[in-house]
Design a protein around this ligand. Structure first.
Ligand code: PBG
Length: 341
């Protein structure tokens, strides 16, 4: 047959319906997903979170039924966040034996098969909303000027004091039955401190998922409403990573690997897919990505306006996060997407 267009390469041959599945490079399964769950010790009924449609803070008494709802969709793992009964400068409720996450974890692990990860951080527990106790920031001119009333300029999180708190938090979560501990505070040395504490207390089998490359991101806004963890002053740029930096992520993550991190997380996910993909190339560990509250809220807002098809953009987002190299994804879309699979 004469054909004046003889194209050797026709990629469209493999895009026909019956072959697409066979050549597809990436798949998304409910078992790849972790659903965040907010447990609120101050609530006696479920409270919808305005900026995260479809999500609620649930009272401790409802934690089990909330997790059962997640399990019904096929998602097998949850990440617990707690809103405590009270806050103080040191965040002491974060490691209380009868704390909100400890109590919820005890109930969920006793009554369900869910794999329970717990967020280990202080920002929901300190009255100032920072991720650890504060100290005066030491500067070159610290001794020459008087006290600066602008707190933002003079206070920062005390790294090493926070490590001690994180050790207590991690052990209290493990004692309550947590399957994996996920420190999210971006303190230097946090993985090593927690690993040491868990091992000393007989929890050497409990893995650590480090929020290893966590950026100082404006996409956390809705979460801070949900978990009541916004900093009362300033921001988190002295401990979370600068969005401008990619090479630094490799150095930062190497430290966590050296300290024994089992799973490495990048957060947020969509604006940081280059980081996901470079960590995938550099490390053999499982890579997690956190598709954060702002990523969820913006798709919802656009779909409410009729501008985007929510199901489609959510699925495409999660697939893209996997394609970039993530093995597991924390996402507020977990239940919705798993239900469709
Ligand atoms: C606590 C923590 C935050 C998130 C998860 N753990 C907030 C923050 O760092 O400000 C954000 C999650 C989200 O936006 O979905 N440190």
């Amino acid at each position: 047959m004469d054909n004046d267009r003889s194209l050797t390469h026709r990629p469209r041959r493999l895009r026909q319906d019956r072959i697409r599945g066979l050549v597809s490079e990436t798949s998304l399964e409910p078992s790849d997903l972790i659903a965040p769950v907010f447990v609120d010790a101050t609530a006696d009924e479920r409270v919808p979170i305005d900026s995260m449609p479809g999500h609620e803070r649930v009272p401790v008494s409802d934690a089990v039924s909330r997790v059962e709802e997640v399990l019904e969709t096929g998602v097998e793992a949850v990440m617990l966040f707690g809103i405590p009964t009270s806050k103080d400068p040191d965040g002491t409720r974060a490691w209380a034996d009868d704390g909100v996450v400890q109590e919820a974890t005890r109930r969920i692990t006793a009554e369900t098969d869910a794999y329970v990860l717990t967020d280990a951080c202080l920002c929901e527990y300190t009255d100032h909303g920072h991720c650890g106790p504060l100290e005066e920031e030491l500067r070159g001119d610290a001794h020459s000027h008087g006290h600066d009333p602008d707190l933002d300029a003079t206070l920062t999180v005390d790294n090493d004091a926070t490590l001690e708190a994180l050790e207590k938090i991690a052990v209290s979560h493990a004692e309550a039955g947590a399957d994996m501990i996920a420190p999210s505070g971006m303190m230097d040395g946090m993985v090593g401190a927690i690993r040491g504490a868990l091992d000393r207390e007989g929890f050497e089998h409990v893995p650590i998922m480090s929020y290893a490359a966590k950026y100082e991101s404006a996409f956390y806004g809705p979460f801070r409403d949900a978990a009541d963890g916004a900093p009362a002053f300033g921001n988190r740029r002295h401990y979370q990573m600068d969005p401008a930096n990619a090479r630094e992520a490799i150095r930062e993550v190497e430290l966590d690997v050296d300290q024994g991190a089992d799973v490495l997380m990048v957060k947020p996910a969509l604006p940081y897919l280059d980081i996901v993909s470079s960590l995938r190339r550099e490390f053999d560990h499982p890579i997690a990505a956190y598709n954060v509250s702002g990523e969820y809220a913006m798709l919802h807002a656009a779909s409410e306006k009729g501008w985007l098809d929510l199901e489609a953009v959510a699925h495409e987002s999660l697939l893209s996060i996997k394609r970039a190299g993530a093995d597991l994804i924390l996402t507020y879309f977990a239940e919705r997407i798993a239900r469709k699979m």
